[in-house]
Design a protein around this ligand. Structure first.
Ligand code: PLP
Ligand code: COI
Length: 367
């Protein structure tokens, strides 16, 4: 694709005339929940087949103007990212591994036939938005600003081909715990009727369609009293892939840490990669391989598997207490969260909140 854009892009900023009053903002930041409130601004970069990336801007947060024939509304040509921004004790503001999100978005773009946004432009858009809305980065324990970059096919054209007009946007939302109730073991529903992604499909891309596919099984999970759904591979319906919005890890009694291998059908989590790194540094043997549902079930029952946890940007590291399926259960919600689970969580959040040294250079200062 032609791209005549010159980088770095120059951003213009239009301050919001309807920004929330400080008192209202503070009230929201005291108990933000997850994904319910949005900051005063958004960042946008447009792309066209003629001009490439252009018109980088920070503008007041508000509804998009989208033609009803915009391709994204019909053919779901869309990708997104999720990353968190933290306020440290000295007031400074930092993002966790934003370049990794930028690179993953490039990989998603390739799969969805969308244009690739340069890593530097992605990071710059996040930085500009956070600068404009820096007062929205909360400071209470366990809170952060969840940043949601996304890219949509905005061209009005109903022929099925990759769009010639695309917009990249970044919005942000103050966030507390993803699972209400804080860090407590959660229960997971095993989807036996539905799968999330097949070989050659879009499972490794962060695209809306994968989440649309997860909503019905996720609703089933809620009906069963579970907080998340876990999917098996589409071919044999035997191997554990991932949850609706998180990766999964198993800790063995002998210290091994096991997680499903990246097979092209699961999302390559940035938290997953960070957890692998931290566990390796502690001397744990890491196994990225296939894990059958029977191994999970039997391992928990026999005591071979001592801890199971989920991880992702929104969920951080969350202990899994109970696996529930149509005809069996494994584990218990009464058991305390695993020691390694909680200690990895403490280490990771320690780095993110600036309480621990960032040996890996994972944090990028934004303000
Ligand atoms: N798997 C899925 C399906 C997800 O939606 C997410 C969340 O982004 C993850 C895994 C974890 O990825 P990350 O750690 O990069 O947030
Ligand atoms: C994230 O963790 O960033 C996600 O996109 C997952 C979703 C459950 C919010």
């Amino acid at each position: 694709m032609t791209d005549t854009a010159t980088f770095p892009l120059t951003f213009t900023t239009t301050p919001s005339a309807t920004a929330r009053a400080a008192a209202e903002r503070e009230e929201i930041l005291a108990d933000p929940g997850f994904g319910k409130y949005f900051t005063d601004h958004m960042a946008t970069i447009s792309w066209s087949i003629e001009e490439g990336w252009h018109d980088a801007r920070v503008v007041p947060y508000g509804p998009l103007r989208l033609d009803p024939a915009a391709a994204v509304l019909h053919y779901a040509q869309e990708i997104f990212e999720g990353l968190k921004v933290y306020r440290h004790a000295d007031g400074s503001i930092w993002a966790f591994r934003p370049e990794a999100n930028a690179r993953r978005m490039q990989r998603s773009a390739e799969r969805l036939a969308l244009p690739q946004l340069p890593e530097s432009a992605f990071v710059e858009a996040v930085k500009r938005l956070v600068e404009a809305d820096s007062e929205w980065v909360p400071s209470a324990p366990e809170t952060s600003l969840y940043v949601r970059p996304f890219m949509i096919a905005s061209e009005a054209f109903l022929g099925v081909r990759s769009a010639h007009g695309v917009d990249f946007h970044v919005i942000a939302s103050p966030a507390g715990a993803y699972f209400p109730g804080g860090v407590r073991p959660v229960s997971i529903w095993l989807s036996q009727d539905y799968t999330r992604a097949g070989r050659g499909g879009m499972g490794a891309a962060k695209t809306g369609g994968n989440y649309a596919a997860s909503l019905l099984p996720q609703a089933e999970a809620y009906e069963q009293g579970c907080q998340q759904v876990v999917f098996l591979d589409a071919e044999e319906r035997r191997y554990v892939e991932e949850l609706g919005g998180m990766n999964v890890f198993f800790v063995y009694a002998d210290g091994r840490v096991v997680t499903p291998a990246l097979s092209g059908t699961i999302l390559e989590g940035i938290t997953r990669e960070s957890v692998i790194q931290l566990a390796k540094e502690r001397g744990h043997a890491i196994e990225e391989r296939r894990v059958s549902i029977d191994e999970w079930r039997e391992g928990v029952s026999s005591g071979d598997i001592t801890e199971v946890f989920a991880c992702g940007t929104a969920a951080v590291i969350t202990p899994i207490g109970l696996l529930k399926a149509r005809d069996f259960q494994a584990g218990s919600l009464d058991a305390p969260a695993g020691a390694l689970t909680m200690s990895l969580r403490e280490e990771l959040t320690g780095i993110q909140y600036g309480r621990r040294e960032d040996h890996h250079d994972w944090m990028l200062r934004l303000a």
